[in-house]
Every structure is written in C-alpha cells, then in structure tokens.
Design a protein around this ligand. Sequence first.
Ligand SMILES: [Zn+2]
Ligand SMILES: [Zn+2]
Length: 216
Amino acid sequence: MTSSFDPKGKTFDQRLKAFLADAKSTYLLTIGQDNGRTIAWQQKHHVAHMFLYNSYKSTKPSKVSTGKRTISWEHFSSPTTVWNTIKASDFLRTKANAAPIKQGSKWKVGFEPDQAATEKQAKFLQTSAGIGNNGKAMVSSGLKPCGEPCKCGAGRSKHLDGVAADLNSGHLTQLKTKLTVAKAGTLDEYLKKFGLHRPLLNHPSSPEKWHVEATT
Ligand SMILES: [Zn+2]
Ligand SMILES: [Zn+2]
C-alpha cells in the first residue's frame, strides 16, 4: 500500500479511481470493470425479473394477479399496454415462438402471445445476459420511477446513478492472492482504505462479490 489516499469528502468515482490506480502500481494488476449497463438494459432485465420471479420483499408491480407478486399475464400480454423505454416484442412470443402480430388494437387471430412461450423467452433473456443465480437474481429498475408494464416501487439501479461498480471477478481473485502473498490483509480491508465496500457480498438471495460501493 503506497497510497496515502483519504476518502473523506471524495466521490465514489474518485475513490474507485484511486483504488484501481493503487492496485495497478502496488500489485501490477489492471482490474476490469463492467460498463455494459444502460437504462434500457437495466429496465429490460428488471421487467423480466418482475414478470417471472419478483424476489423483492417489499415491492410489487402495479398489476398483479390475485395472491401473486409478479406482473399479471393479462396486463403483460395486453395489446393495449404501452411499454415504457423497452419493447414488448423482446419479451412476448406466440405458441410458435414468433413475435405476436397486432391488428388494430387487438392481437391477430393465431398470432396472440402465449404465456409458456413468453416465460421461456424471458428466462432466456436473463440467463443469456449472465444474471446471477441462474437468471433468478434481483435486478433493479432502470427508470425512476419504474415504468410500464411493471410500475413497481423498486429503486433505480445504483450503477446508473454512478455510485456503484461491478469489478471483474477473476481480477479480484488475482488481487486477493497478491494481497495474501504480500501479507497486506484482506480485499475488504484494502477496499476500506479507499472508502469502498462490498455491501452485497453476503446478500441472502442475490450475492454479488464483485459489486463495490462507497462507504458513507
Ligand atoms: Zn419495476
Ligand atoms: Zn452490481
């Protein structure tokens, strides 16, 4: 540890930059970051999560079926639901696994969305994007407030507000090894010197060992 960085009064970005620079100069490691998140990406995977699972304890979509916590199929598949920021055609699938076709304000006969095919498509969206826990992990909203077809009360992703970053897991493992060899303490102690921590490390349903935020 060569830096005399004082995180007090520094932004998340300044802390992260100082940490990355120190890891590079002290341990010769360039730690990668996941910068792939956009508002649309975040909202798409949030809506898929709220349609399939909704692992949030205290928030529900505005339209749920009786006794359920996920977006109701009736609302999700309605030809009159106007989707906000994301496209229904990325989610809805017919029995033949094609995008449904509209005729006026109704679905064309034989080209209506099918619930099982649509659920399969939404699951595919989550797993192919690498969402944790086999695609079942919670995903925060991309919008503030959340929009159609979900409109829940979940908070917007901290990634989009520039107060969180996902660091490359493999690089973090390499850094841990180097810290051990140098007898320089744990990764979390090292992060703490820069005013950073990993608040989702032991999250009960969606742990993220790579997710870094500023301490207060
Ligand atoms: Zn929502
Ligand atoms: Zn994260």
